[in-house]
Design a protein around this ligand. Sequence first.
Ligand code: GAL
Length: 979
Amino acid sequence: MGLSRRTFSALAGTTALGLALGGSGAANCAYAAPTAPTGPAPGPPSADGRRHTIGFDRYSLVVDGRRLVVWSGEMHPFRLPSPSLWRDVLQKMRAHGYNAVSVYVSWNYHSPAPGSYDFTGIRDLDLFLRTAAECGLYVILRPGPYINAEIDGGGFPGWLTAAKGTARTADPAYLAHVDEWLTHVDAIAARHLYTDGGGTILLYQIENEYDAHVTEATGRDYMAHLYRKVRADGIDVPLFHNDKGRNGYWIPGSFDTRGEDGSWLYGFDGYPSPTQTPPDWGHFGIGGMKGGATASPRTPGFMPEFGGGWFDPWGGVWFDRKGYAESRRQRDAAYERRFYLTNLANGITLHNVYMTYGGTSWGWLPAPVVYTSYDYGAAFDEGRQPTAKLVPMHQLGHLLHHVPDLAKLDRAADVEAAGLKVYHLTNPDTGAQVYVVRNDGTQQVTSTVPGLGGLPVTVPAKDARLLVAGTVLGRRKVRCSTAQPMLSLTTGRQEIAVFTGRPGEATVTVLECPERPAVKVLEGGAAHTYEDGLLRVEARLDGLTRVSVSGDGTGNPLLLLLADDETSLRLFPHDTPSGPVLVHGPALVRTAAVSGKALRLTGDTVAAAALEVWGPRGITELAWNGRNLAVETTPSGSLRTARPLPGVGKVSLPALREGWRRRTENPESAPGYDDSTWRRADRTTSYSTTPVPGGQPVLFADDYGFHYGDVWYRGHLTDARGARSVSLAYSTGTQGLLMAWLDGRPLGTHRMPVPDNSTVRKGSWTDTAVFSVPEEARTAGPHVLSVLVRRMQHDQDGKAQDTHKAARGLTAVTFDGASPHVSWRIQGEKAPDAERGPQNTGGLYGERHGWHLPEYADGSWPAGSLPRADRRQGVTWYRTTFRLAVDPGIDASVGLVLDDDPARAYRVQIFLNGWNMGQYINDVGPQHTFVLPNGILRTRGSNTLALAVLSDGTTPSGPSDVRLTLLGAAAGGVPVVSV
Ligand code: GAL
């Protein structure tokens, strides 16, 4: 089959071209390495309207003929339902050294019903892709159709759980739905491909962790179908799949890619535990490791997902009930250095950290394994705040961008250093030597690494660093250094090289200088000697040490900057059309633009900070967030503001104790309630994987079009004489529950247990509630049995067994001592609200009647204050309004905290201005703080908070302590449009 013209252009200029035109698959094609230049990596991409080539060889991607190391972070637009804030996160990623963002696109988020697709408002994929391009990030697009991602149904829409066809196979009924989804996504994606400069999509993934049916026709045909479909839709960037671990599944040639194996990459993921020794599962097959990139020797080492944290289940069993703070503590900055540097040492040059900003699984988005917060312990927390984990990301990201030697590394002769694991690599073109030095022990180690000039190298316990020798930075060669390089650039008339390490560390940096240089220590303590053409600079890392080196016969003077970790995080290189700039000082530099003599910067400060800039010649003025600032020149060759930039002002938040209105609901439990408009539950067959019990109707909610949140049943019984008990079998995700009433009288509540280590990954929970039938109800009737099921979410389908199709809701109802005739009616959520979408609301009475919405008039509800302690089985709503007046120049990140005696059995759905910001389970936890994203939260104006409290009546139930909390604040931020 021939190549489309677009595909041709995507491949032209790289070896992949010859391969693709060969048309016979990888197996019998000669693969010649390209002569890719070792020049600097391409600058930040944009939607520049130009044609670009994206190819690769075994070392790296080759973009427009230049090597590119992909240093990507994962974020999910669907976990940040305020499009203005996408720019905030993407700018922060870019500033901190990431050059790409990887995104899942979740089918269920965009499709409330078959044939119905929504890409507007918070679902505006086009806007996200435009924003990423404006932020200078490449995009790795991952639209599934199956994504996993700890999201309801693994991304499959609710309606697909009740549809014909076996998912994740070549079943035509399933493929017809898939094609419809991909058609919609691809129509948008095709406008944003980097190949024609429409946008910055660099790579595109099909399926995810597909490890079933790998050798079967149905699996291969399915993958081939997806491949063909995506290509037919005009997607001409390289495609890939994310193998679940280094199994070697779906390598080039393993299924029919129409002879285009040269545009198919092999990728695999890994989530090692911090107690594990970092695995050698990359390209080089160190230690005889099979699989991984060694399974695909002609494609570059590619990890589409590598753990940047880990998720936390209900009850918090994995993190000792301490929540995501503990996830972040276990997978900290040192974890990142140990594991990610090991990946680089194993030839991984495409690296995506899952998650980099985790966000919120708001509404009914979370899969059964997780609760609302998807903070993930990531480098940016759920409230969009930077954490200490950014240090290695920032240092390595900028390093990979500025030091092209790292894009093409071969293994070099093994070297040994007592107490340390050393990976020795070399760039075959430049001869640069790279050492990744790792300490797997529990004590700090100082050792000599051969090749590093006999210098002592210290690595703290469970940490690692990357060191270089013989590497050219600018015009000088670094003979060796015990500090990790971070960047090298030339701006104005000088070269700048930055080296980093832990605070207090003693470092030695040896530079080749043909003539005796003039050396000046401009700041900090440093000693220097010159002998045999080598300048040796010794410095203990403390803040920023500045050493100026000139007159050594190399041309430009050099400013050597030695920065401790915290200081390195305040150094922001940016590219402008007039050349690179380096900014030092503020907490964040978002953008840098040159206009005439002025450098215009935008960014954030938290504390007051001096602003210092090294920029192109001719720049004499600075503007910060639109304000011109008085500047002075410094002996470092920089411009500095005469006065520090101010820090952030105070943000005050109102208390929420007063002004509440309260109303109870669940009229559905009363016998006289009119359910005539509810759907009759009388179907007899289902596509669910849960069997329909003999002689009973299908009661599974999805079969009646109810896919998210609570569902009500009313069974009309004709004869209950002799009935001793009723058994209600039901099926939910983790933490589901059921409450029942007979003729309006509570029968009781049944809850699924809190998961423990052995059950935490269980998606579907099934159990049977047995309630005794009160004496007085054992009559001819008629009687009404009302049942409310909080069914939680659909399971994911990680093993491709249609597990998302397990029933949700009641599954079977039987009586002991009688066999009354029962006719059932069912009611779940209303048709979704167009803006908030299908996962926002379930089927509670209040939700069906808009009690969560800001416009709802609650004036007739009785007033009250918190705390409350009621005892009832059922649902009670609380509403209040509060005003915020945050200074428009401040980005305040606000959370809502709920707290109470953990013995109290109740749960709360939190609605802010009508948006379902998550579920709090008071006696399960561990989540107490819920992030309220700006845009949904009005930081200047009035907000409506509605709490839907579900309590079982066994204990007094709240809410008790409800308050706002400040998760972070900065002067700066991005403009936020109300959602
Ligand atoms: C991976 C999967 C992701 C996510 C992750 C755990 O295996 O590809 O979608 O589920 O695990 O957070």
